[in-house]
Design a protein around this ligand. Structure first.
Ligand code: ATP
Length: 897
């Protein structure tokens, strides 16, 4: 068997099949296993990661680090070796923490990418099955549908209306049409119409192809630069913070220069002293640990969402999700279970109740009269033949491979005595028109052994009514079609919340082997209607109620019938279900009229993907932040346009997944609400971290500024400040990254889109708390020196006061809106207590370990001094909580931070 051949496109398909020892009905499982062992998995080699040294050094390329390095050089020139070593140690520590957190965040994203690994529909042992994409081997017969990402390089065996977007390989974004023919050996990649290449996207049609190359042997595998790089961990918020830090650095440097000039030239202080003070001021004001903590918080958010079965494809989505104010959701499978069952069949004048459970093809059909009418058989035959799904029976459980609605039709056909084995033996399909949301029907051309040729059609009732001239009576005879009669009956079924599908057939002349659109335009015999039940998901009902509490609107946008949609909408608890806007009605409205209409409408029915795009735009025009779900290839533009595009992980096409920010592993509406809650929590935690860290820097720099301007001794040295910023603050702030969701998270309205994180109230709070830190540090230093304590002991008390105040402030900041003086508030979280134990241990080491004193010039404190330090912390908590109480009581300045 020849395995590596670059000219598959030039070979006839039969020659390709022979060369690969492949069969139209696929490989056997054993053979596939053997080939897999030989060729290896169908996956691309991992892009090489930069080595440790490069990643480590990258963290030195930063304005702040340059400032620190320059300070280190100058302190060394001045002979202040301790400061030099501490500053260098901080720089190295910063890079190490950076490399570690980056690694963690990348691993989190990798694990998630793995969860989104694509699947492929193949024929194995003659049956259609779904396998992970990396299990494909040369010779496999793969089935492709619109929206699929081609999983390996393939030579097409049969195809219908197939076009593929090959931009990833050719740069050409216009989809190219595919056929099964061969082309010249030297044809460029974009002209090889008989091939489908790995990584490209199927935009329309359906095809079967034989795998010719997998993994690194594919065209995409040859282009190693094409391999998607690691997604960077930045979001609007981290970028906002990066810009803030840059401005802060520039501001500090200017201030430092002014103070240096003032102290040296005006006050006449010795250069060494004033320079040390200025270095201290610079390191005090810069929040060294902040970027690392923010990134870790985002990575933790990604992991939390993944545990809740929502995979974030693009990191900024975490923040957007927190501000979503309307969720537009599909109905089938998202709000409902997508576990369908035919409950009613309407033939002639009769309505037959269908019994049974799940997809088991056994159960009673309540028929008027004794025997099963002929018409039921022909209805069941259409249901079974115009069908691409398969039922599997294992351990007494029946499951569907393919579309659940088609699975339900197979189960129904089985109950009417038309089982899969019967149809397979008696009928052969020679052509088909696949289902498309734009024409809303599917048709097949089938032959039996007696040379009968039949078209079998199923689709939305209104679509088929126009195409039918006759209808089948219960006894099997045909009568002229009565449109009004059937219209009334389909409306009645829909108003009961059933999904209504019409089935029809047509006989053609013997010998016909291909099916054209014209063949199904007219002359069909209406066989009957089936009503399928698809119950709402109980958790979706709860989630819709939660959205309403959180001031998030929920809109259902479905391709289903208006009556069915309204009935399900009401069951699910949507608000305005008395008014349904259909796709046709949307078409009749201009953009402004549509914007007016969408405000008061929650149910949109018989829509196409193009309507979704208009609806997103209209909602955005009204100022909503829109989350929109989608699964098909045509949903991609709407998903891209939405603020948060959400694709279905199970039933969604690869095209939809690639266009969205979030993928739901379980296709469940309640998962979206969980993700919104997680998004709000991440945002709250980022805010808490900022509210926690910035006042510490503010307090430190104010203390130093005051001391310099008043010509007093510095209450804390530069080395001590770096200790606090890099060790205590980071350890404590990290605990906030693990903060659980606050109880009222989903009863608050969404945050204003585009609101800066450093809101007025937050800036005010940072200013006030900075003053408190400054007073605490300065106060205790002043008090200690007043008591006659030496400078080093007074500084040790000041540093410890700063850290103790941080600890108490941490407890306060954990609740942005409520009091922290409650049992749960005091109990904290494991992360808080871990941080507390670590920081206390480090602070004791700082104070009492003689060899650390060499670096930080600390002195052992006695019990009384320790108690004074603690008292300042308690005072801080009491002041903070009184502030929050006043704010709640008089509703000052909004809600919390
Ligand atoms: P949602 O958009 O909420 O997922 P949906 O699944 O009902 O809703 P579509 O898939 O666009 O939306 O289906 C629209 C209509 O087309 C259905 O109500 C049904 O009448 C018809 N239909 C759906 N699937 C098929 C199919 N495989 N064959 C024939 N007709 C179908």
């Amino acid at each position: 068997m020849e395995k590596t051949k670059a000219s598959w496109h030039a070979e006839d398909i039969n020659a390709v099949m022979d060369a690969l020892d492949a069969h139209p009905e696929g490989l056997s499982s054993d053979e596939a296993k053997r080939r897999l062992a030989e060729t290896g998995p169908n996956s691309l080699p991992q892009p090489a990661r930069h080595g440790f040294i490069v990643r480590f050094l990258r963290h030195f390329h930063n304005l702040l680090i340059y400032v620190l390095l320059a300070s280190a050089v100058i302190t060394a020139l001045l002979g202040h070796w301790v400061d030099t070593v501490v500053i260098l140690a901080v720089v190295v520590l910063n890079a190490v923490i950076g490399v570690i957190q980056e690694g963690k965040a990348e691993r989190a994203m990798d694990a998630i990418r793995h969860m989104l690994a694509p699947k492929a529909a193949v024929l194995r042992d003659g049956k259609r099955t779904t396998v992970p994409g990396d299990q494909l081997v040369p010779g496999d017969m793969v089935l492709l549908d619109a929206g699929d990402k081609v999983p390996a390089d393939m030579r097409l065996h049969s195809c219908r209306g197939m076009s593929i977007q090959e931009a990833i390989l050719t740069g050409e974004s216009v989809p190219v049409e595919k056929t099964t023919g061969s082309v010249a050996v030297d044809a460029p990649l974009g002209d090889r119409s008989g091939m489908a290449y790995s990584g490209t996207l199927v935009t329309t049609g359906a095809a079967r192809g034989v795998v010719v190359a997998t993994g690194a042997a594919t065209e995409i595998g040859h282009i190693s630069t094409m391999i998607a790089g690691v997604e960077t961990l930045t979001t609007p918020l981290t970028r906002q913070m990066a810009i803030f830090s840059r401005w802060l650095t520039v501001f500090i440097l200017t201030l430092a220069a002014v103070i240096l000039a003032f102290g040296y030239l005006v006050q006449g202080q010795p250069f060494g002293d004033i320079f040390t003070a200025v270095v201290g001021l610079s390191v005090a004001a810069i929040p060294e640990g902040l970027p690392a903590v923010l990134t870790v918080t985002l990575a933790i958010g990604v992991q939390t969402m993944a545990r809740r079965r929502a995979i974030v494809r693009r990191l900024p989505a975490i923040e957007t999700l927190g501000s979503v104010s309307v969720i537009c959701s599909d109905k089938t499978g998202t709000l409902t279970r997508n576990e369908m069952m035919v409950a009613t069949a309407c033939i002639g004048d009769a309505e037959l109740a269908v019994e049974g459970e799940g997809y088991r093809p056994e159960g009673d059909i309540q028929v008027p009269g004794e025997s099963q009418p002929e018409a039921l058989k022909s209805l069941a035959l259409v249901a079974a033949l115009c069908n691409d799904a398969a039922l599997h029976h294992r351990d007494d459980v029946w499951t569907v491979e393919g579309d659940p609605m088609e699975g339900a039709l197979l189960a129904f056909a089985g109950k009417a005595g038309v089982t899969a084995s019967v149809t397979k033996q008696e009928w052969v399909r020679s052509d088909s028109i696949p289902f498309d949301t734009r024409h809303r029907f599917m048709a097949t051309l089938d032959h039996d052994h007696e040379h009968h040729v039949q078209i079998h059609v199923k689709g939305a009732p209104e679509t088929l009514y126009d195409r039918c001239t006759h209808m089948r009576a219960l006894d099997g005879s045909t009568l002229p079609f009565d449109r009004d009669h059937w219209h009334g009956r389909s409306e009645a079924l829909a108003s009961r919340g059933q999904r209504v599908l019409a089935l029809a057939s047509r006989s053609l002349e013997a010998g016909t082997t291909s099916l054209a659109m014209d063949d199904v335009e007219d002359g069909l015999v209406f066989e009957g209607l089936v009503g399928l039940i698809d119950p709402p998901r109980p958790e979706a009902i709860k989630a819709v109620a939660a959205c309403h509490r959180a001031s998030i609107d929920v809109k259902m946008i479905t391709g289903d019938h208006a009556g069915t949609a309204a009935a399900i909408g009401a069951q699910i608890g949507l608000r305005h279900t008395d008014r349904v806007l259909t796709g046709a009605e949307i078409d009749a409205l201009d953009d402004n009229a549509l914007a007016d209409a969408v405000r008061e409408t929650d149910v949109f029915a018989r829509t196409s993907p193009e309507h979704k795009l208009r609806l997103v735009t209209a909602l955005q025009q009204l100022g909503y932040v829109v989350a929109m779900t989608g699964d098909g290839v045509n949903d991609a533009p709407a998903l891209k346009r939405a603020d948060a595009g959400i694709a279905m992980g199970r039933s969604g096409s690869e095209a939809a997944k690639e266009a969205s920010e979030l993928v739901l592993l379980d296709d469940n509406f309640s998962t979206i609400v969980g993700a919104v809650e997680a998004g709000r929590t991440v945002y709250d935690n980022l805010k808490k971290i900022i509210a926690f860290l910035l006042p510490v820097n503010g307090g430190e720099s104010l203390s130093l500024l005051l001391a310099i301007l008043l010509g007093l001794t510095l209450p804390i040295t530069a080395a001590q400040i770096l200790w606090v910023n890099m060790v205590s603050s980071v350890a404590l702030a990290m605990a906030l990254a693990f903060e659980p969701t606050e109880p009222d998270t989903l009863s608050r309205p969404p945050r204003e889109p585009g609101a800066p994180i450093l809101s007025r109230s937050l800036v005010l709070r940072i200013g006030l708390v900075s003053l408190m830190f400054c007073s605490g540090v300065f106060g205790i230093f002043w008090w200690a020196t007043g008591q006659g304590l030496d400078e080093a002991t007074a500084r040790t008390m000041a540093v410890n006061t700063l850290v103790v105040m941080e600890i108490f402030y941490l407890f306060s900041v954990r609740y942005s809106y409520g009091t922290s003086l409650s049992l749960t508030g005091v109990k904290g979280t494991p992360a808080v207590w871990t941080a507390l134990v670590i920081v206390t241990g480090l602070q004791l080491a700082f104070t009492y370990l003689p060899w650390l004193a060499v670096w930080f010039d600390a002195r052992a404190l006695n019990v009384a001094q320790g108690a004074q330090v603690l008292a300042v912390g308690v005072l801080m908590l009491l002041v903070m909580e009184s502030g929050k109480w006043l704010q709640r009581r008089y509703a000052l300045g909004g809600r919390g931070v």
